[in-house]
Design a protein around this ligand. Structure first.
Ligand code: FES
Length: 194
């Protein structure tokens, strides 16, 4: 029997309970939107249109306002995303300290270009703007962790370790290889700033 992602996703009982609690903390349901989007991302892996519609229904908000908030935050994923989100700063200070070599090493180790996700669902690679740690350039962020004064060698070691960890964990929930699923290539444009 297939266990494909249902067209009408439902929050788990635990998450429903958390949403009820969140709604008691904010005078307007709009205030709970970002925490609820995080819950949704944790449960479903990424924010598909049906998931955003679910969030809108739970909070009695318009789908448009949910979508607008989701689009604003690059950490909220609008497409299937790798378990490890590798964001390399390529802004001025990091560029002057060799971010090109850092990006080149990431491409070499991961076998993907910025804006792409590896077909095993483990890594999404992106070039990003200043991470506010210019004095410790070059910098990058992987999920919630920051790394400073990165060298190509230290990045190779880091990514190789994460490949080992990722092989055990597997991809995030809701992972669909878009190429295999027949929805076209992995490239949807690398940058999605507000
Ligand atoms: S330019 Fe890279 S952290 Fe500021």
């Amino acid at each position: 029997m297939s266990e494909a992602m249902p067209d009408t996703p439902q929050f788990s009982t635990a998450n429903k309970q958390k949403i009820v609690e969140l709604l008691t903390r904010y005078p307007r349901s709009q205030g709970a939107l970002i925490p609820v989007l995080w819950l949704a991302q944790d449960q479903f892996g990424w924010l598909s249109t049906p998931v955003m519609e679910l969030v809108a229904a739970e909070l009695k908000l318009s789908v448009t306002s949910v979508l607008a908030t989701a689009m604003f935050y690059t950490m909220l994923y609008k497409k299937p995303h790798g378990r490890f989100h590798v964001q390399i700063c390529t802004n001025v200070s990091c560029y002057l300290r060799g971010s090109d070599d850092i990006v080149a090493m990431a491409r070499e180790v991961l076998g993907i270009e910025p804006g792409q996700t590896s077909s095993d669902g483990l890594f999404t690679l992106e070039e990003v703007q200043c991470l506010c740690a210019c004095e410790r350039a070059p910098t990058l962020q992987i999920n919630q962790d920051d790394y400073f004064r990165v060298t190509p060698e230290s990045l190779r070691e880091l990514l190789t370790n994460l490949q080992t960890v990722g092989a055990k964990l597997g991809p995030r929930p809701g992972w669909v290889d878009e190429a295999l699923a027949g929805h076209g290539s992995h490239e949807h444009g690398g940058h999605h700033h507000a």
